[in-house]
Design a protein around this ligand. Structure first.
Ligand code: TYD
Length: 203
């Protein structure tokens, strides 16, 4: 079976990962690769509805319920979009994935990291990204970029986002081969140069 490439984009809200994902998509397509882009939460159909709840529901949401909703959306994304595309030899670029749940629900909300790892493995059927970009920015920059119009997750506050950032950096320390930290305070062009440096080892 032909095997494609699974690349995930991670980082705090406002880190600029979505812009970099678009640039990388264009770059790869210009080189003749078939590229599929997806996102979590909310890749398609049902996932869009789950996304709507996760980002806009204004009643009480327990931390465990929040985690399971992200995980349910992930299972759908893996089964319907990511896995089939990889089996067809395509390159999948995914805006947020398993590391988001560890950083946000684990480090941020304080849920047990080992449990989240187990649940992530169930949701993904043990499919792991080949490469993960972690776009790292300080909390002030990230909050400035998000601005005033915040969704439910973005309204969690500065202390929460400090924990999320710390969590992401811990993850990168533990898995340096997969997770590449990109200094995302620089301008778009310089950040993209760093993105390209990492992809060269995979294509
Ligand atoms: P989104 O608008 O996609 O944010 P961004 O553009 O910054 O990626 O919203 C996704 C939000 O959900 C974001 O605040 C991170 C959060 N999230 C989790 O808390 N856990 C998860 O497992 C995932 C995938 C996202």
């Amino acid at each position: 079976m032909q095997k494609g490439l699974f690349i995930t984009f991670e980082g705090a809200d406002g880190c600029g990962k979505s812009t970099q994902m678009k640039l990388l998509k264009e770059f790869l397509e210009n080189k003749g690769h078939e590229v599929v882009i997806t996102r979590e939460p909310g890749a398609i159909g049902l996932g869009e509805r789950v996304r709507e709840i996760l980002l806009n529901y204004d009643g009480e949401v327990s931390n465990r319920c929040e985690s399971f909703l992200f995980l349910a959306d992930r299972a759908q994304n893996i089964d319907i979009i990511v896995k089939p595309a990889i089996q067809q030899g395509k390159i999948v670029l995914c805006d947020r994935h398993t590391d988001s749940t560890v950083a946000y629900q684990g480090y941020g909300r304080g849920l047990d990291i080992n449990e989240i790892n187990k649940l992530n493995n169930i949701a993904t059927n043990n499919l792991k990204p080949d490469l993960t970009y972690l776009f790292d920015v300080d909390i002030e920059t990230s909050m400035q970029r998000v601005g005033q119009n915040k969704d439910r997750m973005e309204s969690a506050g500065k202390e929460f986002f400090n924990k999320v950032r710390h969590g992401y950096l811990e993850l990168a320390k533990n898995e340096p081969n997969r997770i590449k930290v990109i200094d995302s305070t620089k301008n778009i062009e310089s950040v993209f140069e760093d993105v390209l440096k990492e992809i060269k080892n995979y294509i």
